[in-house]
Design a protein around this ligand. Structure first.
Ligand code: SF4
Ligand code: SF4
Length: 416
């Protein structure tokens, strides 16, 4: 059956007489679509789209100068832009890792090797300490000088979450990038990833909220003296060093746990992020407040479902007007895959204006850099622990004062 000049959005089986093949003429704008249709499970599947409604395809190779080609692509291809940002943040983390390794080498040699400054960015991997710092700051107005950059990185992540949904997970987070690479590898190797059935998916997704609740509840019970005791404890002062040692001298149990999580991530898209990451839970909860959401124009959508197929979070994008799901990471993969002009984009709910993809990417990076930059400008980036103090603490690192027992901080005195 060949039908021409239809508005396929409104073209469903009810509108069409199965006998005559005629359609509701009022609903059909002139020459909007050229359609080869097939009837499948009660719906007409649209196969062809007239060129006027198709998003223009850009041939980047037409530009002879490579740097212009790259700039052009960064502007026009959201997934190229996102991969570039992800790669840049991975490089940043590698750089932080190398600097921290040199700092550790100096510390563990008791200052015998060349001194290398501790990279403050390492505090971004201490979210529990940062949550305590945030509560302490809100209650006392004091930004502690033990892990100040950890606090600002935490605020930057929360700000990105509040404004741009879980964009931190899909644009900046190194664990998110690793997870994405693993499921892509799985897809390449096995042709597809496993989609967990709903009855198992929902309870598993709740796990990360339980973990978040556990941490948030425990910290909410802490009084200001409790927070102060933890933040200024020898244990917290060396928490980044302890974290390094955890990975450098990893136990076989921890290593196997990581390997198992990675194997699961090859088969199931974003396994860690979707089911276990408390950060993901926090950003998912905040994402409801975010004004920027993926929005579908039902009037022009041709129901091709390409958006749903592209979504790494298994969201049925083609069925909703606006994506509210706490699993949406604003990765823009669905937007990129949509073949129809002005049909699927990211919009600000207050003005309903469409946000160009490159502006959205710029906002993700811009908010994060602005808040961490503010910490640098205001002198809240480097911590207040001197070189001499580190030299005193490094040899004590294996003593009971630097261990923590079920969340309890060991007793310490003013000289510790
Ligand atoms: S709905 Fe779109 S933006 Fe959200 S996770 Fe799915 S593909 Fe990414
Ligand atoms: S990709 Fe999604 S939003 Fe775009 S036309 Fe197809 S079903 Fe509609």
């Amino acid at each position: 059956m060949k039908i021409e000049n239809l508005d396929p959005v409104r073209l469903n089986f009810q509108q069409m007489s199965p006998i005559s093949g005629t359609i509701d003429q009022e609903r059909i704008p002139e020459k909007s679509f050229s359609v080869s249709s097939t009837y499948e499970s009660g719906r007409i599947k649209i196969k062809k789209l007239v060129p006027e409604l198709r998003k223009p395809k850009i041939n980047f190779n037409l530009e002879p100068r490579w740097y212009k080609r790259v700039l052009w692509r960064l502007k026009a291809d959201s997934q190229f832009l996102r991969s570039t940002v992800q790669f840049a943040f991975i490089l940043l983390c590698v750089w932080i890792g190398i600097e921290f390794y040199l700092f550790m080498k100096w510390g563990l040699s008791n200052g015998a090797t060349t001194f290398s400054e501790r990279p403050p960015g390492a505090e971004g991997f201490l979210p529990i300490s940062a949550l305590m710092s945030l509560k302490y700051w809100l209650q006392t107005g004091i930004i502690n000088d033990v892990h100040p950059s950890g606090l600002f990185i935490f605020i930057a992540i929360v700000a990105v979450g509040l404004l741009l949904k879980k964009a931190f997970c899909s644009w900046l987070c190194p664990i998110g990038t690793l997870s994405e690479s693993l499921w892509m590898l799985g897809k390449k190797l096995f042709g597809k990833n496993i989609v967990v059935t709903k009855w198992l998916d929902y309870p598993l997704r709740a796990l990360k909220y339980l973990l978040l609740f556990f941490f948030a509840y425990s910290i909410s019970q802490m009084t200001v003296p409790d927070l102060q005791a933890f933040i200024y404890s020898p244990y917290n002062k060396m928490a980044d060093v302890k974290m390094y040692q955890f990975f450098a001298n990893i136990t076989s149990f921890s290593l196997w746990t990581i390997i198992i999580l990675m194997v699961f991530s090859v088969f199931i898209k974003n396994f860690w992020c979707r089911y276990l990451c408390p950060y993901g839970a926090l950003l998912g909860a905040l994402s409801w407040l975010s004004p920027f959401k993926i929005t579908r124009n039902k009037a022009t959508c041709i129901d091709c479902e390409l958006c749903t197929k592209a979504c790494p979070s298994n969201i049925k994008v083609h069925k909703v007007g606006k994506v509210w799901s706490d699993e949406c990471m604003n990765c823009l993969a669905c937007v990129e895959s949509c073949p129809v002009k002005n049909t699927l984009d990211i919009r600000a709910s207050f003005t309903k204006t469409q946000i160009p993809n490159w502006v959205f990417g710029g906002l993700v990076v811009g908010i994060f850099v602005a808040i961490t930059g503010l910490a640098m400008i205001t002198g809240n980036w480097q911590n207040g622990i001197t070189k001499e103090e580190y030299l005193k603490r490094f040899p004590q690192i294996e003593t009971p004062m630097y261990q923590h027992n079920r969340g309890e901080v060991p007793q310490y005195g003013p000289q510790d």
